[in-house]
Write a protein that binds this ligand. Structure first.
Ligand code: ADP
Ligand code: MG
Length: 359
């Protein structure tokens, strides 16, 4: 049930990165290959590296003979570098950072990728009763969860209220022709950290399909997309992590059939103060980090950017409101909630319908 320790992927470097993962592999840990050596025809290929403050890992069931693993890894690295240069708030001259620094309210040209992600973020904002809001950046930074760090301090309501004035997706517009963004207050500051990893997963997946690779699992920090089958003809299997601190334990093993999956939780990026957990998902209405009994949320969706953003939104909405919305919208969502005797699960009927096996 828990074979991770036996496998070569758990090098100390990977152990560090895997702490950030909210969903991790089970069976894919069984496969290890050296990217620099040519594989046997039936060996799976596993390529990994770091991006977006976490790891990425791409497992391909079978590589066409014309594609060398090193070349594929270089292409994936280039794609991810491009995405970071577009959407990262951790890069001061990224497209997004330049928009954030822009002191005017006219249209600001961006890449079609950034416009797409912002557009999807605005859709999810509507769908989630405004719980997902990429303009929450100033509050993320104020609480110390942003690029400058500094988390650990409880803020005064006065400080929160003055920052809340800079927040709200109604201040933001996006368009595709030509791709551009527009803000109606110059202090608006976008944070795509709650959706960009998912986009990165979708982007790599689309690239793999475009070069004729149709059986793969792409993972960036636990946000994943599976397509096709493993080498043994079975669907890709992944483990949903039990939301515990400093340990990797399996809550549930599921099988993914051409779907994306994302998890958000309160147990990887947070601080505790006076017995209260403050985690990095911020409620854009109150300006407060989420403080409820929801430990993690896992969402299945056709695209990983959608799953990623929805998982963040459900963390904000919490176990009751979140579950009601997920049920009403018929979304496949698993809530793991802290109870008096440990964790308990609450899954929507769509979630149970969409997972193909349990462990
Ligand atoms: P992880 O990065 O661990 O996958 P999430 O996907 O839940 O976690 O993203 C959390 C990040 O999203 C935060 O660190 C912050 O940058 C940003 N964020 C926080 N609250 C919100 C929110 N309400 N809407 C959109 N983005 C948010
Ligand atoms: Mg996420």
């Amino acid at each position: 049930m828990y074979p991770l320790g036996n496998h070569c992927i758990m090098s100390s470097q990977f152990k560090f990165f895997s702490l950030a993962a909210l969903v991790f592999y089970s069976s894919v840990f069984l496969y290890c290959s050296q990217p620099s050596s040519l594989p046997n025809v039936n060996d799976p290929i596993s390529l990994s590296g770091s991006t977006m403050g976490t790891y990425y890992k791409v497992t391909v069931a079978e590589l066409p003979p014309s594609i060398h693993p090193d070349e594929l890894k270089a292409a994936i690295d280039r794609l991810l570098e491009k995405t970071n240069a577009q959407m990262s708030t951790y890069i001061s001259d990224s497209e997004l950072s330049r928009f954030n620094q822009y002191r005017k309210t006219d249209w600001f040209p961006v890449s079609s990728e950034t416009a797409l992600v912002v557009e999807e973020a605005l859709n999810i904002h509507q769908l989630t009763e405004e719980a997902f809001d990429i303009t929450v950046g100033p509050l993320v930074n104020l609480w110390g969860f942003g690029p400058s760090g500094g988390k650990g301090t409880i803020l005064s309501q006065e400080k929160i209220n003055s920052t809340l004035k800079k927040v709200g997706s109604h201040h933001l517009q996006s368009r595709f022709t030509p791709p551009s963004l527009k803000k109606d207050i110059v202090d608006l500051y976008l944070d795509l950290s709650g959706i960009a990893k998912g986009f990165g997963v979708d982007h790599i997946s689309a690239y793999l399909v475009s070069i004729g690779i149709n059986d793969f699992l792409v993972d960036i920090g636990g946000e994943m997309k599976a397509r096709g089958h493993k080498n043994d003809g079975m669907l890709w299997k992944i483990a949903i992590e039990r939301p515990v601190i400093d340990k990797q334990e399996i809550q549930k093993v599921i099988t993914l059939n051409n779907k994306a999956i994302a998890t958000s939780g309160d147990y990887r990026n947070y601080f505790d103060k006076d017995g209260q957990r403050y985690s990095h998902e911020i409620n854009p209405k109150t300006g407060q980090p989420v403080q409820h009994r929801l430990a993690s949320v896992t969402v299945l969706a056709p695209s990983c950017m959608r799953a990623d953003a929805l998982a963040t939104a459900f963390m904000v909405l919490g176990p009751q409101k979140g579950y009601q919305l997920a049920e009403r919208e018929r979304l496949p969502v698993l809530f793991i909630i802290k109870g008096a005797d440990g964790f308990f699960e609450k899954a929507t009927p769509e979630f149970n319908k969409n997972i193909h096996s349990k462990g």
